[in-house]
Design a protein around this ligand. Sequence first.
Ligand code: R5P
Length: 284
Amino acid sequence: MFVVGGSASQLLSKELAKCLKAKLANVEVRRFPDDECYVRIDEDLDGEDVFLVQTTWPDKNIVELFLLQDAIRQFEISSLTTVAPYFGYARQDKQFKPGEPISARALARLIQMQTDEFITVDVHSPFVIDWFDNVSAKNVPAYPSIGKHLKGKGIELILSPDEGRVENAKRVADIVGCEADFLVKERINGETVEMTPKKLGVNGKKVAIVDDIISTGGTIAKAADQLRKQGAARISAVCTHGVFAKGGLDKLKAVCDEICSSDTIENPTTCISVAPEIARIAQD
Ligand code: R5P
């Protein structure tokens, strides 16, 4: 068994190889002078079960994924499981206006053409899994890894920034052994959110805000603002996918005591690995 790691998912590929007791493939990825991507797998994959791990964000990593799938398919492999730990475009899961694509579906259709199985993590839209209609597709929850990371750190409340994700916050809280609550959020546009003030009883408490994605950081910043005003002693922001677009990380450093994300997107805040959860689902 081999794990082939794309350049966007090096840390996770190494961890997954350990969890699966697989070999980590030697892969060359570089750019031509015109910035087109070159990949080469320096292994013999004939007869092997192969896991290809590559986050599909930003766009250049999508092309690299397709090239790696094609390179793997040049061997007589036993099976290919494509793991896109962060599924880019998952938030564009419907036509908001006539003339638009359903971007997440377009990506799903292309990925499934060259794989036998597909795995992603905390996918933002559940529709994504259904769009893999020719191959087995699974969505791995990150909450066990997040809960394990937060356990034993004295956290007294897990907060979901919106009601839609409160069940996930409760699952994390169950592992940590504390309460969960949620805020009431309204998205005005891609970069602006409003939050209805809500009494949370956090005076002097250590609180962790848990979300699936931090993109611009606007959601967490608004939540942290409410917590501060209500006297929270320590605020941690924890997410599965740390996108941190448009200076989002600096924005959060100013309002949170700790920022932590998983290895679905590698960035300076990555401190949780979802590899054990992916390995568990892969071996089911
Ligand atoms: C929204 O439904 C998601 O769960 C996140 O809350 C959202 O994507 C975060 O975006 P931002 O960091 O830009 O507020």
